[in-house]
Design a protein around this ligand. Structure first.
Ligand code: BES
Ligand code: MN
Ligand code: ZN
Length: 501
C-alpha cells in the first residue's frame, strides 16, 4: 500500500472513499462539519435516522452524496472522545480497512488524524495510522496452498494533515511508520517460521542476503567449531545437542558516514530456533510455541531492517546467538560444567535454561566492539510471563539513563517495557558448590535470577536486557509472533540518531 499526506477540503476530494470520524452522540469533527455543510446537512440528516450514533466501531457507508466529489463516504463511529487511546485508534484503522475490503474502493482519504489522542501530536497519529494499516495487511501464508488475496486492501491511503505546513511532519511520520512496520513484520515472519525451516543456518543465510543488498551492512558468521575453538563453552554446550550446528551471526551496520569508528550500539538476540529443553526435556503441552524462542533474534533482524530502510546515521552491531536446544547424543547433561568465553565456569543444572548460556558468551563477544550500549532481547523465562503477563516486556539494566531511555521509547512507540530489579542479593540463588555459579536460580524471581546470570557477563559496558517471553508472540486463536520489541528498539535508535519527534 502507498501512503500520501495531504491537506484539503473533504468535499473536494476526488477519491473512492472519504473516511469521516463521528464521536459519540453524532458529534462530527471539523472535516465532518464542513462536509455536512457543503452537502446541505445531508450527513446530519442521515445520522438522525438512527444508523450512526458515533458508537465505537459503528460504520455507515454512503454513496454519491450530493455536494461531495468522493464516490463514497464512510462514517466511522469512534466513541467517547476521552476514551480514545492508541489501541482504539489502531483498531479503528483495522476496522475501516476490513470494511473497505468489502467495497470496490482501491484508495481512500482519511480524516481519522483529526481525532484527538491524548498526549499525541500529528506526527504520531500519522505514524500509528501507517503502522496499523501495515499490521492489518500482514499475512503469514507461505505454507498455505491457497493464499488470501491482497485485492481487498486499498492501494493508496491518503492521510489528511489539516494544513499545508504540516506536510513535512506528515511525510516523515509516514516514512518512519513504514520503516518500523517493515522491521516489525520481518520479525513476525522470521518468528512464525517453524523450526524445521528456520534453523540456525537459515538465520545465517538471511543475514547474508541482507548484506548483499545493503553495502553498509557487513555480515560474518562464526560457525560452531570456531565457537568451540574460541572457548565459547556455554554456547557450544547448548548447540551440540542438535544435529544442526549453531552459529553466532554478526551484522555490522556502519551508518555514521562521518564517524565510521564511532562506538556502535550492539543489539543481541536469543536465537534458539527450537527449544525442547534438551535433556531437561519440556512437557509436551504447547511445545510447538518454542519455535518462537528465537523472537529476540527476530527482533534484531527486524530492527536492522528498519535501520536499513531509514539509513540511520548510526553504527549498529547485531549479534544473533543461533542454536537449537535438542536432546541428541551430544547433548549436555544436567550437572555438566562448562567454561564460558569470559573464563568463568558454569554448572549447568538445567539444560532448559539454555538462553542465558548462548547469551552469556555472545555478551562477552560483544565487548570487542567497544559498544556504547548493549541491549539484549530474549524470550528468556516463563517466570517473566508469570510476573508481567503479556502486556509489558521485562527490562533489566545496569545503567539508569539507558533504562529510562528504553522505558520512554517503549511508551512513545506503544510497545511497553517495565523495569525489574537487578540487585546483588539475588546472586545468592545462583551459587554452585562445584563451579563459579550455576545456570539455575530456582522458582522465586526466575526472571530476575536469569537477568542476574547475564549481568555477570556485562560488567564492562552499559547494558540492558529485555525479557520478551510474554510479549514476543500470542497464543490461542490469534497464535502468532507480534514483532515486539521492534517498535521500542526502532524508537530508541531514531532518538539516538536525533530523528525522532
Ligand atoms: N524459552 C524458555 C522460556 C519460555 C518459556 C518463554 C515459556 C516463554 C514461554 C526458556 O529457555 C526456558 O525454558 N526457561 C526456563 C528456565 C528455568 C529452567 C530456570 C523456564 O522459564 O522454565
Ligand atoms: Mn529453555
Ligand atoms: Zn528457551
Amino acid at each position: 500500500m502507498e501512503y500520501f499526506v495531504k491537506s484539503g477540503q473533504p468535499e473536494k476530494q476526488r477519491t473512492n472513499c472519504l473516511i469521516i470520524p463521528v464521536y459519540e452522540r453524532r458529534k462530527l469533527t471539523e472535516s465532518g462539519e464542513k462536509l455536512n455543510k457543503e452537502c446541505n446537512g445531508k450527513i446530519a440528516q442521515i445520522m438522525r435516522r438512527g444508523d450512526m450514533d458515533g458508537e465505537f466501531g459503528q460504520m455507515l457507508l454512503l454513496h454519491d452524496v450530493a455536494g461531495c466529489l468522493a464516490d463514497r463516504i464512510l462514517l466511522v463511529g469512534v466513541g467517547k472522545e476521552r476514551a480514545l487511546d492508541i489501541s482504539r485508534y489502531r483498531k479503528l484503522h483495522k476496522m475501516v480497512l476490513a470494511q473497505l475490503g468489502k467495497t470496490g474502493a482501491t484508495e481512500a482519504y482519511s480524516y481519522l488524524t483529526e481525532l484527538s489522542l491524548k498526549g499525541r501530536d500529528l506526527y504520531w497519529k500519522v505514524r500509528f495510522a501507517v503502522e496499523a494499516c501495515e499490521e492489518h495487511r500482514y499475512r503469514f501464508d507461505v505454507f498455505k496452498t491457497e493464499k488470501a488475496s491482497d485485492k481487498t486492501n486499498p492501494k493508496r491511503w491518503v492521510i489528511d494533515v489539516g494544513s499545508r505546513r504540516h506536510l513535512p511532519v506528515g511525510e516523515s511520520a509516514v516514512k518512519h511508520g513504514q520503516a518500523v512496520a517493515i522491521g516489525q513484520n520481518e520479525a513476525r515472519t522470521l518468528a512464525n517460521l517453524p523450526g524445521n525451516v528456520c534453523h540456525p543456518q537459515y538465520l545465517a543465510e538471511r543475514a547474508r542476503q541482507l548484506a548483499q543488498s545493503h553495502p553498509n551492512l557487513e555480515v560474518q558468521v562464526i560457525e560452531q567449531d570456531e565457537l568451540e575453538r574460541m572457548g565459547a563453552g556455554a554456547f557450544v554446550a547448548v548447540a551440540k545437542g542438535s544435529k544442526r550446528p549453531g552459529c553466532l551471526i554478526v551484522m555490522k551496520y556502519t551508518g555514521n558516514k562521518d564517524n565510521k569508528t564511532e562506538a556502535p550500539i550492539a543489539l543481541v538476540g536469543k536465537g534458539i530456533t527450537f527449544d525442547t529443553g534438551g535433556i531437561s526435556l519440556k512437557p509436551g503441552e504447547a511445545m510447538d510455541e518454542m519455535k518462537f524462542d528465537m523472537g529476540g533474534a527476530a527482533s534484531v533482524f527486524g530492527t536492522m531492517q528498519t535501520v536499513l530502510a531509514l539509513d540511520l546515521p548510526l553504527n549498529v552491531v547485531g549479534l544473533v546467538a543461533a542454536a537449537e536446544n535438542m536432546p541428541d547424543g551430544g547433548a549436555t547433561r544436567p550437572g555438566d560444567i562448562v567454561k564460558t568465553l569470559s573464563g568463568k565456569t558454569v554448572e549447568i543444572l538445567n539444560t532448559d535454561a539454555e538462553g542465558r548460556l548462548v547469551l552469556c558468551d555472545t555478551l562477552t563477544y560483544a565487548e570487542r566492539f567497544n559498544p556504547s550500549y548493549v541491549i539484549d532481547m530474549a524470550t528468556l523465562t516463563g517466570a517473566c510471563v508469570i510476573a508481567l503477563g503479556h502486556i509489558v516486556s521485562g527490562l533489566f539494566s545496569n545503567h539508569n539513563p539507558l533504562a529510562n531511555e528504553l522505558l520512554s521509547s517503549g511508551e512513545e512507540a506503544a510497545d511497553l517495557a517495565w523495569r525489574m530489579p537487578l540487585l546483588p542479593e539475588y546472586h545468592e540463588q545462583l551459587k554452585s558448590p562445584f563451579a563459579d555459579f550455576s545456570n539455575l536460580g530456582g522458582r522465586p524471581g526466575g526472571a530476575i535470577t536469569a537477568a542476574c546470570f547475564l549481568s555477570k557477563f556485562t560488567e564492562k559496558y552499559k547494558w540492558a536486557h529485555l525479557d520478551i517471553a510474554g510479549t514476543a508472540w500470542k497464543s490461542g486463536a490469534e497464535k502468532g509472533a507480534t514483532g515486539r520489541p521492534v517498535p521500542l528498539l526502532a524508537q530508541f535508535l531514531l532518538k539516538q540518531a536525533g530523528l525522532a519527534n
